[in-house]
Design a protein around this ligand. Structure first.
Ligand code: 6GU
Length: 244
């Protein structure tokens, strides 16, 4: 997969993209990332990328022309043309389904918005999709692009240590993850659940499933409502939670 990122602040990506999962994806050759600055496509002497809003009001707006020209040039650098995604708090919310949908694309072109916003014509005539990472405002789309690239990179084959990690983890099955423990079995008097030491794989799987369900019920009832539970599991949730 190739991801092109259009940003006024390419330096914001050097730390995050050079470590951990994203670095592993790039090193493995399954993820190619290229950064592009619309300022390089602003043709005036001062390379101006923003301007006052028509109609007045506070704040600057990102000019359309450097963004259109930058996207045109970036599209021509590789094939396929790629889906153009604007990072904006007005976009659809990123979740597991959206991440896995975007991960299936061969190429993405991400545009990081800045200042008070982006000229509406970019939205209307250039962008195919708009994504937000949550209901709060960031000063720019860059941290959101980093989050999106990480979430998408984990879906590429060979990026995680084991492909099973992806299926097991939080949200993949619509549930939060079960509690995890590693050695030592006792630390400062704190012990671990007996069943994990039993070597009884069926019992361990059952315990983990129950923990996932109960944790989701307590912390994220909105997720539980959408999860696929058996009638027995639904009963177990009702009984366990009515005790509290
Ligand atoms: Cl994608 N951009 C900005 N500027 N703020 C955000 C966001 C994106 N997602 C949540 N807040």
């Amino acid at each position: 997969m190739r991801i092109d990122i259009i940003t006024l602040f390419p330096e914001m990506f050097s730390g995050p993209f050079d470590a951990s999962i994203i670095a592993r994806g790039r090193d493995a050759g399954v993820l190619e990332i290229a950064l592009h600055n619309p300022r390089d496509y602003a043709l005036d002497k001062h390379h101006i990328v923003d301007d006052y809003a028509y109609g007045g009001g506070p704040g600057m707006v990102m000019k359309p022309d450097p963004i259109f020209d930058c996207v045109d040039a970036v599209r021509a650098m590789a094939r396929p043309a790629g889906k153009v995604v604007l990072l904006t708090p007005q976009g659809r919310l990123l979740n597991h389904e959206v991440a896995s949908e975007l991960a299936a694309e061969e190429r993405l072109i991400l545009i990081c918005g800045h200042y008070e916003g982006v000229d509406e014509r970019v939205r209307e005539f250039l962008v195919d999709d708009e994504i937000s990472i949550g209901d709060y405002v960031l000063s720019g789309g860059e941290p959101a692009a980093i989050v999106l690239v990480d979430a998408v990179a984990r879906h590429q084959p060979g990026v995680l240590g084991s492909e099973l990690s992806l299926e097991e983890e939080s949200h993949a099955q619509g549930l939060l993850e079960y509690p995890q423990y590693t050695r030592p079995a006792e630390y400062r008097g704190m012990t671990i659940p007996e069943v994990l030491l039993s070597g009884h794989h069926a019992e361990i799987a059952k315990w983990r499933r129950r923990q996932s369900i109960l944790r989701t019920a307590r912390r994220r009832p909105d997720l539980l409502a959408k999860a696929e539970l058996t009638a027995e599991e639904r009963r177990m949730v009702d009984e366990t939670l009515s005790d509290i």
